[in-house]
Design a protein around this ligand. Structure first.
Ligand code: 4AZ
Length: 301
């Protein structure tokens, strides 16, 4: 990696990755490790010890399965999910900040390292020092539905990889050019509704596998009829039955590449939950990494 100002998008990303890696100890993907940066891997991301589907149509997760999943409590209630991407940064959806009070960090608590909302005593509770929503977020279209929250204190990542269960660990951010081709099977997780008409969110963390759906398919008239922007990625089952739902928002859509889990999407919107031809829509992280790195740098002190 050369000196000075980055000269291309690729350089720009390496630049940010290096800076963040040095200063904030970001989890960054091994795919960033070109011949110039090969040894610069600060923290392992996207891994867990265990190798082993509310979310509608899912099943119960076990502790340590999705160590980057956190629960955002607003005024003491679970309202959204989020994912750990660095010791002191989590990523969520901009639409989780839905009223004036929700832009005040002290109204939020972040719970990590747990799988049951009724057993929060085992969780790590963090306070929030900053909330950064995307200036391009449009509540009509859900474009740019991404936000960052900075934690008041850095999380301690548990486990040392080989010996202890990992309850709290980061997911890997993809590189801007990383592809998650349609048909790839990925995972969604969350404490959201287990049915579109359910009265409350799930007590336990649920997981489900979903397929990546192409923009062309998702924008078809019978599906979302042109409403899918480049900042969105669709995933689910066109037949219905499996999907994220209210309360899962802000949480992860992760895809496993060579044994490592990458954050492909941030749960954003959809028409209902698990309906035929209405898959879940996620903020497309690869299109937002520049913004993510820029905000993390700008808010590093
Ligand atoms: C929501 O209201 C929501 N089926 C999140 C995800 C989906 C629908 C609604 C996707 O936060």
């Amino acid at each position: 990696m050369g000196e000075g100002v980055p000269t291309s998008r690729n350089d720009a990303q390496l630049h940010y990755v290096l800076l963040i890696c040095n200063e904030l100890t970001l989890c960054f993907s091994s795919r960033c490790a070109t011949k110039d940066t090969v040894s610069l891997k600060c923290i392992e991301c996207g891994n867990r010890i265990k190798v082993s589907s509310r979310i509608v149509g899912g099943e119960a997760a076990e502790l340590g399965d999705w160590p980057w999943q956190v629960s955002l409590h607003y005024k003491s209630r679970h309202v959204c999910g989020a994912s750990i991407i660095a010791r002191n940064w989590i990523i969520t959806a901009s639409h989780c900040f839905f009223e004036d009070d929700s832009f005040r960090p002290f109204n939020w608590k972040v719970y990590s390292g747990f799988i049951s909302q009724r057993k929060l005593f085992g969780a790590t509770r963090s306070s929030v020092s900053r909330i950064v929503t995307h200036q391009g977020y449009d509540s009509e279209t859900n474009d740019y539905d991404v936000a960052l929250m900075k934690l008041s204190r850095s999380l301690e990542f548990t486990g040392n990889f080989s010996f202890f269960p990992d309850k709290v660990r980061p997911a890997c951010l993809p590189t801007f050019d990383q592809q998650f081709p349609h048909g790839t099977t990925c995972m969604i997780t969350g404490f959201g509704l287990t049915e579109e008409r359910a009265a409350s969110s799930s007590d336990i963390l649920l997981e489900a596998s979903v397929d990546i759906i192409s923009h062309a398919t998702c924008n078809q008239r019978s599906v979302y009829n042109g409403k899918i922007t480049p900042r969105m990625i669709c995933a689910g089952m066109l037949l219905g039955g499996v999907d994220s739902c209210q309360g899962d928002s802000g949480g992860p859509l992760v895809c496993k590449v060579s044994g490592t889990w990458y954050l492909a999407g941030v749960t954003s919107w959809g028409i209902g939950c698990a309906r035929t031809n209405k898959p879940g829509v996620y903020a497309q992280v690869t299109q937002l990494t520049d913004w993510i790195f820029t905000q993390m740098e700008a808010n590093s002190n």
